[in-house]
Write a protein that binds this ligand. Structure first.
Ligand code: ADP
Ligand code: MG
Length: 149
């Protein structure tokens, strides 16, 4: 378990931008936490770290949005799949040629790949957040070690 605390939106973006720079295609990250915790904010910084120039917004109506930067980003928000157990072809993304970020991943937990970085966002107060990183698999452990410095 790795813990990162941020005291502003900007600090969160810096954290996830640094993480983004360590990622390679095929990496899968999950983001869970209450509404307004900072999942999408985290993804915006991550996208910057991947060299994505476009603005990343929550893909509420589409479930999956794809962005091209130096590396490709697949941004999923599966909130609307809460009561569904349908596989909508997740593996094409998880094992595809980009980095996948899944907001509200508990709703599709049966479909997640074994190797992944689980991130739980805890809202402490208005400005402060704790990001709990739980790496699954050796590659993500190394990524966390490097991020921690
Ligand atoms: P989610 O996707 O989890 O619903 P968002 O990222 O859309 O959450 O929203 C997070 C909100 O919290 C934003 O309005 C952001 O400005 C605010 N915020 C305040 N402090 C922080 C912080 N330390 N990290 C991330 N967001 C923060
Ligand atoms: Mg969101």
């Amino acid at each position: 378990m790795y813990k990162f605390t941020t005291e502003s939106e900007e600090e969160t973006r810096q954290l996830s931008e640094s993480l983004g720079q360590l990622l390679i295609e095929g990496d899968v990250l999950t983001l869970d936490g209450d509404l307004g915790a900072g999942k999408t904010t985290f993804t915006k910084g991550l996208a910057k770290g991947l060299g994505v120039k476009r603005t990343v917004n929550s893909p509420t109506y589409t479930i999956i949005k794809e962005y091209r930067g130096d590396k490709k980003l697949f941004h999923m928000d599966v909130y609307r799949l809460e009561d569904s157990d349908e596989d909508i072809g997740f593996d094409e993304y998880f094992y595809g040629d980009g980095i996948t970020v899944v907001e509200w991943s508990t709703f599709i937990k049966d479909f997640l790949p074994e190797e992944r970085l689980e991130i739980r966002v805890e809202k402490v107060d208005e400005q402060s957040r704790v990001f709990h990183f739980e790496p699954k698999g050796n590659r993500m452990i190394r990524v966390c070690e490097e991020l921690q410095g």
